[in-house]
Design a protein around this ligand. Structure first.
Ligand code: MLC
Ligand code: AMP
Length: 503
């Protein structure tokens, strides 16, 4: 029986009492103990009626148990669908319904709010909290700590990650075992991870960055991780002396730079700092080097493609660029109209092909066809150019997307909620510069002259339906939206107008 992802990431550690997870409270979980917990959870998945290929959706706090559910899914051939802990009940309802998840794991504290909205879905609900307690843990408690690994093919699905879209509807990106494994193998080798490393892990584990980059790389290399529940400068500074490497979004690094204790002495033993998920300002890159002596290694990735481009480990890590296509990954710059490849130095859309690229959006063949070409190239929606010496620079986006603190917000999704509110005739949502989050969300409303508009009511509706990071930090009312001669809203003018709201 084979299950390539389970064998490479997990089975190789069976019975090994090597350090795997170091928790902030001093607790240590070895690889062997982790695998016993995972096997117990795999038995619990079967006890809950899950079969290979079924989906499990999960919205729980970051914890060793949450990671063990991921491992259990891989071992049992169940498709893992992690969800942002910030999502509201109505957002969760969509993901569970759309994915057809058979099991939904949530925190006992959120169960009362979620149960009613999931009543009409196929999902059974069980609970698991950040301390490993809940009905799912109760089911697992009496079950065996061994599990016969389910056979899976390299092309079988391993995970669904939902990514928002320009139409406002989230799409489930289908990732295979091969997508995840090939990328982890490449990154371990490119970034020189070994069993001697200790990764400081402060990212959320429901996105590609914290899960497939940080966790899969660590499992494949066999290194340990300091697992922090979330990013907190205080905790990171306290734990850094134990670490050799760290992965983060740019906000992590700007927050650390804002703390005078984060200096050369604290970081001198570190091997590597990696940044991604959002643009790292060249200025941050330079300030980081001045302060610590380290040059951050910036890389570029997406939910649909995992990591595709990275600055080199050896050689120049060039500020303001994301480096070179990873080995085995093809990257080209194309004309958005014709799809033809463009020469070096010209700006166009970034397209990517390789074993890392997903196989399509769940039950959305048209969306898949729009973005994933028949020849295997995926149109990222980002705009970039390649320099004479091969460095890729991301210039902008061909998609209406805001990235705030590493989280993606599609304006359309927010506009749909705003447009629905009494007194709102229409709305436009734009991203503007923010010192902490890089960009943040601003909502511009046009009032319906027939009705009164109460911003507190609009705010309340936004809070009920959208996760915190998607909510506009500023709502403003204008007489009319700027439009071009074709009638299209000129968001660039709005971005310019509100560009210094937060800076
Ligand atoms: C939290 N809040 C945010 C936010 N995160 N607002 C805007 N943008 C964000 N990213 C809001 C909350 O709703 C709350 O609002 C307030 O800020 C405080 O919440 P918090 O949870 O205490 O925030 P904090 O811990 O400070 O979180 C900030 C952060 C976190 C930057 C540490 O967002 C984070 O860990 N981001 C990483 C995202 C990530 O991993 N992305 C990878 C995607 S994968 P209120 O109103 O309630 O006060 C990908 C592919 C690739 O992109 O290439 O990697
Ligand atoms: P997601 O859909 O959450 O996977 O986000 C992917 C998007 O994040 C990409 O399409 C880029 O727009 C952005 N992104 C990721 N890494 C970088 C980076 N290093 N620089 C600029 N943008 C990035």
């Amino acid at each position: 029986m084979t299950n390539p992802l389970f064998e490479a990431l997990f089975a190789v550690h069976e019975g090994k009492s090597t350090d795997f997870l170091l928790l902030a409270d001093g607790q240590l979980i070895t690889h062997a103990a982790f695998l016993r917990m995972a096997a117990r959870f795999a038995n619990a998945l079967v006890a809950c009626g899950l079969k290979p290929g079924d989906r499990l959706a999960i919205q729980i706090e970051k914890s060793p148990e949450a990671l063990a559910v991921y491992a259990a899914c891989v071992q049992a051939g169940v498709v893992f669908l992690p969800l942002n802990t910030a999502y509201t009940a109505s957002e969760i309802q969509y993901f569970v319904e759309n994915s057809g998840a058979r099991l939904f794991l949530c925190d006992p504290a959120t169960q009362p709010a979620l149960e009613p909205v999931l009543r009409d879905t196929d999902a059974r609900i069980e609970t698991l909290d950040g301390a490993g307690q809940g009905s799912f843990a109760d089911i697992a408690a009496s079950l065996s700590t061994t599990f016969e690994t389910v056979a899976r093919d390299i092309d079988d699905l391993a995970a669904f990650l939902y990514t928002s879209g320009t139409t406002g509807r989230s799409k489930g990106a289908m990732l295979t075992q091969g997508n995840l494994l090939s990328n982890a193998e490449t990154l371990v080798s490119e970034w020189r991870f070994t069993a001697d490393d200790c990764l400081l892990h402060a990212l959320p584990i429901f996105h590609a960055h914290g899960l497939f980059v940080a966790i899969n790389v660590s499992l494949l290399a066999g290194n340990s991780m300091i697992l922090l529940p979330k990013f907190d400068s205080e905790a990171v500074i306290a734990q850094l002396p134990r670490a050799t490497s760290m992965m983060g979004v740019p906000t992590f690094y700007t927050r650390l730079l804002a703390d005078a204790r984060f200096d050369r002495a604290l970081t001198t033993h570190m091997r590597l700092f990696i940044s991604g998920s959002a643009p790292l300002l060249a200025e941050t890159h330079e300030r980081f080097e001045e302060r610590t002596g380290h040059r951050i290694l910036e890389r570029y990735g997406m939910t649909e493609t995992n990591m595709l481009i990275s600055n080199p480990y050896d050689g120049e890590r060039r500020a303001g660029t994301v480096g070179f296509a990873l080995p085995g990954v093809e990257v080209k710059i194309t004309d958005a109209e014709t799809g033809a490849s463009l020469p070096v130095g010209e700006i166009g859309q970034i397209e990517v092909r390789g074993p890392n690229v997903f196989i399509g959006y769940w039950q959305m063949p048209e969306k898949t066809r729009e973005e994933l070409r028949a020849d295997g190239f995926f149109i990222t929606g980002d705009l970039g150019m390649i320099s004479d010496d091969g460095y890729v620079q991301i210039i902008g986006r061909n998609k209406d997307l805001i990235i705030t603190g590493g989280y993606n917000v599609y304006p359309k999704e927010v506009e749909l909620v705003l447009d629905d509110q009494p007194g709102v005739l229409e709305s436009a949502v734009v991203g503007v510069p923010h010192p902490d989050f890089g960009e943040t969300v601003v909502g511009v409303l046009v009032q319906d002259p027939q009705t009164s508009l109460d911003l507190a009511v609009v705010q309340g509706a936004v809070e009920a339906s959208l996760a915190g990071f998607k909510r506009p930090r500023k709502l403003t009312v204008v007489d009319a939206l700027p439009r071009n001669t074709m009638g299209k809203v000129q968001k660039n003018l709005l971005r310019d107008e509100y560009s210094d709201l937060f800076t």
